[in-house]
Design a binder for this molecule. Structure first.
Ligand code: DP6
Length: 330
C-alpha cells in the first residue's frame, strides 16, 4: 500500500494553450503556489493480478468512497500505462486506487493537478522508481493535466514551457515560508464544470486575442517575478488580476467560446475591487470555473473572509497558504 498527498495549485500566471498537444507543451511559462488546504490523498494498493484495476473516489464532504468505472477510471488506466512507458518498465501490476479530495473537484480548483501529480508519484513508486523532482514533474505533465507538473516542487513553482518533453517542467521559485500570502477560495458553485481545460487548451489559438496575450506575457512574466522578488504585494496583485482577465478574454473569444464566469463570479470581482478602494488589499484570480481565488496577505485574511461571508458572496470559503509539494506518506 502506497499513500501519497499532493496539493492543488493556483496559477498567478496561467497555462492556456499548447504548442504540442501530444507532448503537452504549453505556449507560455506559468507561475503558481501550492495550496495548503486543497489537496488529494491517494492510496494505491498493488495487486499481482494485472487485470485487477479499480478506482474509488471520495468526493468533498462525501461520507464514503464510490467506485468510478467511467472517464476518470479510463484516465487512471492511461496514467498507469504512461508511467510504465515513461519508466521503460517491463513489469505489470493490477491496482486499486482510492482518492480523496479535501475540496470540490472539477470546479476550477485544479483537482486534476493534485490527482495526477499524486498518481504519478504513486505509480512510479509502485514500479520501484524513486524519481527526482524534474522527472516527476515531467511525468505529471504528461498526464494530460499539464498544471499537475507545478504541484511537484514545494511552495511556489515556475513551469518553464521548454522546447521539448525533457525541458518542460516546474522548478521551485521559493519555499512555502517565503511569503505569507493567502488564497481564499470562494466557492460560488461546487458543481462540476461542463467543459474541461483539455478541450479549452486545444481551441485557445482560435481566439483573435491569443497572440496579443502571448505578447503581453513577455512583459507580464518578468514583472510578476520582480514583484515576487520584492514582495511588492500591490504590484503583484494588480498583475495577477490583469492576467486573469486576459485569460478569460481569450476563453470567451475562442471558437467555441468558454464563459466560465457567472453572476456570482463578477459579484466577487466587483466587491473585492470596492474593498481595495477602502484600503484592504486583495486581488482575484480565476481558473477554468466560476469560483474565485482571492489573494491577500495573512493579516487581511480574517477581514476578507468576513467580507465574503457578510455579503453572501460565496457558499463556502477555503483559506490556503503556500504548501509543500507531492509527498509519499508511506
Ligand atoms: C485555467 O489542463 O492543467 O487552470 O483542467 O485541471 O486538467 P485541468 O488543468 P490543465 O489546465 C489548467 C488551466 C488553468 C490555468 C492554470 O492552472 O495554469
Amino acid at each position: 500500500m502506497i499513500t501519497i498527498k499532493s496539493p492543488a495549485n493556483i496559477a498567478f500566471i496561467k497555462y492556456w494553450g499548447q504548442s504540442d498537444t501530444q507532448a503537452v507543451l504549453p505556449c507560455n511559462d506559468s507561475i503558481s503556489m501550492n495550496l495548503s488546504a486543497c489537496y488529494t490523498t491517494i492510496q494505491l494498493e498493488v495487486h499481482k493480478d494485472s487485470t485487477h484495476k479499480q478506482l474509488f473516489i471520495k468526493n468533498y464532504k462525501a461520507a464514503d468512497f464510490v467506485e468510478d468505472t467511467g472517464a476518470a477510471f479510463e484516465k487512471v488506466v492511461r496514467m498507469y500505462e504512461r508511467t510504465r512507458q515513461f519508466l521503460g518498465a517491463s513489469k505489470e501490476f493490477g491496482f486499486t486506487v482510492r482518492s480523496e479530495n479535501s475540496f470540490p473537484k472539477k470546479a476550477g480548483i485544479a483537482s486534476s493537478a493534485s490527482f495526477f501529480s499524486g498518481l504519478a508519484a504513486a505509480f512510479s513508486t509502485a514500479f520501484g522508481e524513486s524519481l527526482d523532482q524534474k522527472r516527476l514533474s515531467i511525468l505529471s505533465r504528461l498526464s494530460g493535466s499539464g498544471s499537475a507538473c507545478r504541484s511537484v516542487p514545494d511552495g511556489f513553482a515556475h513551469w518553464r514551457k521548454g522546447t521539448d518533453s525533457d525541458s518542460s517542467y516546474a522548478e521551485q521559485l521559493a519555499p512555502p515560508d517565503y511569503w505569507d500570502i493567502a488564497d481564499i477560495v470562494c466557492i460560488v458553485n461546487a458543481e462540476e464544470k461542463k467543459t474541461g481545460s483539455e478541450d479549452g487548451h486545444k481551441n485557445a489559438q482560435t481566439s483573435g486575442l491569443f497572440p496579443s496575450r502571448l505578447r503581453e506575457l513577455n512583459d507580464r512574466i518578468p514583472d510578476l517575478l520582480a514583484a515576487f522578488k520584492d514582495k511588492d504585494f500591490s504590484w503583484f496583485g494588480s498583475i495577477i488580476e490583469e492576467e486573469t482577465v486576459s485569460l478569460h478574454a481569450v476563453m470567451m473569444t475562442q471558437k467555441v467560446p468558454l464563459y466560465y464566469w457567472s453572476g456570482g463570479t463578477l459579484n466577487i470581482l466587483r466587491s473585492i475591487a470596492a474593498m481595495r478602494q477602502q484600503g484592504t488589499e486583495a486581488y482575484c484570480t480565476i481558473d477554468a470555473g466560476e469560483n474565485v481565488h482571492v489573494i491577500t496577505r495573512k493579516n487581511d485574511v480574517k477581514a476578507v473572509v468576513k467580507h465574503v461571508q457578510t455579503n453572501k458572496l460565496a457558499k463556502d470559503t477555503i483559506v490556503n497558504y503556500a504548501a509543500e509539494g507531492v509527498r509519499i506518506l508511506s
